[in-house]
Every structure is written in structure tokens, then in C-alpha cells.
Ligand binder design. Structure first.
Ligand SMILES: Cc1cc2nc3c(=O)[nH]c(=O)nc-3n(C[C@H](O)[C@H](O)[C@H](O)COP(=O)(O)O)c2cc1C
Length: 327
């Protein structure tokens, strides 16, 4: 698959997820074989650029390219400005968020609420695509609600103003994350536009990825929530789709090493206090597979210092590894 000058040999992308797919997590997933990763959304309002959150989101030093930065907002000029700003900071690709269902984002008429106003969609896409010399992609949902599934119309607008690729999450905004993602809309979009398309929503295995690609004619798949607890999953799916050996689920020792590496990277990236806090949710998700007891979990999640957090993780895994070896 290609987007502009960039070729993606493994068409399995890590989804942008605010608060989850930060630089340490993206770098980990890429190392484990994900074909590409898009940054968490950054707001387009210039007054927010200096917050600690924005500063960490725009830091791409050392990240394997192409660096793909997602921007969110509703003012076409502000979005164009945000695109230029992020390209100046090193973005190789810009992604426009028209998929976020969060009330905080939609109440400011951004994210997926933009889908209700096609004239505004056109203005944003056109202004951003013309503001920068790098490829601009769009990530969106199928529409606002069941009565307004206008993805084909939005796709045609995107193609006509020079958008380079579309990622489609097969739900409307009003679906939030309820029910199952549908992929028929992607098939309709595939038949209507010739842009590279990325299928997203509820893809959790190589079998599902293969079925969605076959059903929709999409060029790539994007994995979100399923990678939260299994950062190796996009790489595993990529290996199977490419006909390489399925690396399978990592052994507990390898899982420990992967989680340790992420946690240490978060300590280094955010500094001790924030790093320990950011690492907690990843620890929670990745330990779920080991069914930790409530007290065991509480003790690990309570760790307040970097060394303590890592030491508790080591102890946890030591117990699990001994159990699995004894079994
Ligand atoms: C906690 C969370 C944060 C998300 N943040 C973003 C975001 O910043 N930008 C975006 O386009 N989508 C965001 N999404 C949506 C995902 O990229 C993806 O479209 C959605 O989760 C469906 O894919 P999945 O079923 O594989 O998870 C977020 C989803 C979750 C669960």
C-alpha cells in the first residue's frame, strides 16, 4: 500500500488512541511489527500548544518514520495552521480527525460531529490539503447517525480536494462503540473512490483482518483497542497476512520483557511521576491476561516510583513464570 511517496509493506496500522498510543507505545508496536502508527490527536488551537500534554504529543524525536500526526479541530484556517505547524516539527503525513465521538470534542464541532456539515468538511479538507506539501489523510466514521450515513459523499469530497487516503471506522458517531463495526460502508466507499482505504473497527485477529480486506477491497487494516493489551498483535497480524510464520502469543517471559520495556520507556519519556502514572493503565491491561488477584493488582498499580513499579512487575512475572513452568 502507498500513501503519497510512502510505501507500507505491512498493511496493518496501529490506530491513534488518545492517552494510549503515545510515542513509547507506538515505538513498541512498530518494533513488534506494526506496519505503521498514527499519533494521538493534537488539538488545532494554538493556545493549547504549550501544555505538557501537547508537548509530549508533538515530540517525535527518535520515532521511526514516516511520522503521521493527527490533528483535530473545526476551524479550517486553524486546522491548516496546525498542519503547517506539525509539518515544521517533523510530520511526514498529516491525518485529519473526523472520527472522534467524544462529547468534549463534538461539542466544539470537531471530530465526528463535522460529518453533519459537508460544506465545512470540504473547507477543512481542502484548506489543510493545500496548506502543506506532505500527504494529508482523513480518519472518519460512516456518518453522524443511522439517518446520516454520508461516508460516500464525504469520500468523494476528500478525493476531489486532494486527500491522500481514508481510514474508515465502521460505526456512526451515535454508535459510539456500541454494537459491532460494519464494513459494508467501506465496500460502498471502495466502489465510489479510488483513494487508498484503511479498514478499522473491531479487528482482533489475522482471520478477521483477512476477511475484512476481502469483503471491502480495503488496502490496509487498522487495529485499535485490541492492541491495548497486546502490543504485539498488529505485528502478529502483519506476519500472517504476509505469509510469514505466525509468531503466536508471546511466552510469559517475553510478555514481561515487552511490558518492562514499555514501562521503562514511559518513565524516560514523561519523567518519573507522570511516567509511573501513564504506565499504570498499560500494566493494568497487559496483566489482565494473567488474571491477577485484586490485592496483587492493587499493589502493583499503587507503586509511586519508577524502580518500585518495575520491581513489582518483576516479582509478579516471576510468580507467573514459575507457575507456568511447574504446570
Ligand atoms: C481510548 C481511545 C482513544 C481514541 N483516540 C482517538 C484519537 O485520538 N483519534 C482518532 O482518530 N481515533 C481515536 N480513537 C478511535 C480509534 O482510533 C479507533 O477508530 C476505534 O477504537 C475503533 O477501532 P478498534 O475497534 O480497533 O478499537 C480512540 C479510541 C479509544 C478507545
Amino acid at each position: 500500500m502507498r500513501i503519497g511517496p510512502y510505501r507500507f509493506d505491512d498493511p496493518v496500522f496501529l490506530a491513534p488512541m488518545a492517552g494510549i498510543t503515545d510515542k513509547p507505545f507506538r515505538m513498541l508496536c512498530r518494533t513488534l511489527g506494526a506496519g505503521h502508527a498514527i499519533s494521538e490527536m493534537v488539538g488545532s488551537r494554538p493556545e493549547l500548544r504549550d501544555s505538557a500534554k501537547s508537548r509530549s504529543r508533538i515530540d517525535h524525536r527518535g520515532e521511526r518514520g514516516p511520522v503521521h500526526v493527527q490533528i483535530a479541530g473545526s476551524d479550517p484556517d486553524q486546522m491548516a495552521d496546525a498542519a503547517r505547524y506539525n509539518v515544521d516539527l517533523g510530520a511526514d503525513l498529516i491525518d485529519i480527525n473526523m472520527g472522534c465521538p467524544a462529547k468534549k470534542v463534538c461539542s466544539k464541532l470537531a471530530g465526528s460531529s463535522l460529518l453533519r456539515d459537508e460544506a465545512l468538511v470540504a473547507a477543512i479538507l481542502e484548506r489543510v490539503a493545500h496548506a502543506v506539501s506532505v500527504p494529508v489523510t482523513l480518519k472518519t466514521r460512516t456518518g453522524w447517525d443511522a439517518d446520516c450515513r454520508n461516508i460516500v459523499s464525504v469520500g468523494r469530497i476528500a478525493e476531489s480536494v486532494g486527500i491522500a487516503a481514508i481510514t474508515l471506522h465502521g460505526r456512526t458517531r451515535n454508535d459510539f462503540y456500541h454494537g459491532s463495526a460494519e464494513h459494508d460502508s467501506l465496500r460502498r466507499l471502495r466502489d465510489a473512490v479510488s483513494l487508498p482505504l484503511v479498514a478499522n473497527g473491531d479487528i482482533r485477529s489475522a482471520g478477521e483482518a483477512r476477511a475484512v480486506l476481502a469483503q471491502t477491497g480495503a488496502d490496509a487494516v487498522m487495529i485499535g483497542r485490541a492492541a491495548r493489551s497486546r502490543p504485539w498483535l498488529p505485528g502478529r497480524i502483519a506476519a500472517v497476512l504476509a505469509g510469514r510464520d505466525d509468531p503466536g502469543e508471546p511466552e510469559p517471559i517475553r510478555k514481561r520483557d515487552i511490558l518492562r520495556r514499555l514501562v521503562a520507556a514511559q518513565h524516560a519519556f514523561y519523567g518519573e511521576e507522570r511516567g509511573v502514572r501513564m504506565a499504570r493503565k498499560h500494566i493494568g491491561w497487559q496483566l489482565e491476561a494473567f488474571a491477577p488477584g485484586a490485592e496483587e493488582r492493587r499493589i502493583i498499580l499503587k507503586a509511586a516510583h519508577a524502580r518500585e513499579q518495575l520491581a513489582l512487575l518483576d516479582e509478579f512475572f516471576e510468580r507467573r513464570i514459575q507457575l507456568s513452568q511447574a504446570a
